[in-house]
Design a protein around this ligand. Sequence first.
Ligand code: PMP
Ligand code: GLN
Length: 378
Amino acid sequence: MQGFGSTIFAEMTALANEHGALNLGQGFPDTDGPQEILDAAKAAIDGGRNQYPPGAGVPELLDAIAAHQKRFYGIGLDPRSEVLVTVGATEAIAATILALCETGDEVVTFEPYYDSYAASIALAGAVRRTSVLRFPDFAVDEESLRAAFSPRTRLVLLNTPHNPTGKVFTRAELELICALAREHDAWVVTDEVYEHLVFDGLSHLPVASLPGMRERTLTISSAGKTFSTTGWKVGWVSGPAQAVAAVRTVKQFLTYVASGPFQPAVALGLGLGDEVYAGLSRSLQGKRDVLVEALQGIGLDVSVPSGTYFVVADVAPLGATDALAFCRELPARVGVAGVPVSVFHDDVDAARTLVRFAFCKQDAVLREAAARLSTLRA
Ligand code: PMP
Ligand code: GLN
């Protein structure tokens, strides 16, 4: 693991705390999610659910995950054999890659990529092969994607809606990825943690719902974003029983189980009415608009995200020539933290002056952050 150091999120949050800066770096909301879910966790603790839960997850959560996939996407799952609860999506990603990859196997993914992808691929002794999504539209480049596949491709690791770009992959892009996966007899591992954070009337399209994909797709999600409970670390993976069994085998020896009292609370959350889900995306869309307008207002080019917590801006007009150095100085200089997109790239030149700002914060915080950034204009 030499070379991985500490994650950019830890580094930027530590800097933000040290300087009392507005933290638009790490993606976590600064307001709580639905009260019913918080109450359910307290009730679970008071009700004595404080010992090891079953290895696969508590039955009511397995049932709720299966019901959620049916309700929103029409995907039918056997909750006992095709669903596994994990310690956040992070463990699901690691356990899935460890379960599917042998040393030297290749994993195709897009860059910028979420940082744990590179680390999990490395832990498995596998090799990452990437295709670059380029600012400002982050469209899939078919030629480089094709070139990333080889006879050693074991799986494609996909993320839609996509962190850090805020991109929601189009149906045509997903169909291309799926066609290439089928051609190379590869698995698709799809990280859909932002599935409910989609804007502008778009809807989330799960890979497992595409024709012919159910049997070769493992879908990962988590409660962190959907219920504004990023510290609870309740995630899950679903897909064909044999593959889920392999992931469960790995998971047993990473953590065995976790989050006992939070699991029934998340089960309750997954069953809440449509208005809770719609309210979340409406609220975040409004915050997206506040931050996008504010950043554009100070003269920055931004890529308007269709989903997630994040907006990517080109900070060259603020005097930046290297996003990483810029972000390391920013909390001390103006009291704002962001995350350099270059750290999610192999091809760092693709993102030299790009910074990701999180908008899952109170509107006043977003406006104040933009005002502080504007003081850097020449
Ligand atoms: N995948 C992506 C794309 C993420 O942005 C995150 C972080 N929120 C995770 C996985 C990890 O999710 P969790 O906190 O549930 O482990
Ligand atoms: N997923 C969050 C982000 O992208 C942070 C997760 C973490 O701190 N590891 O900001």
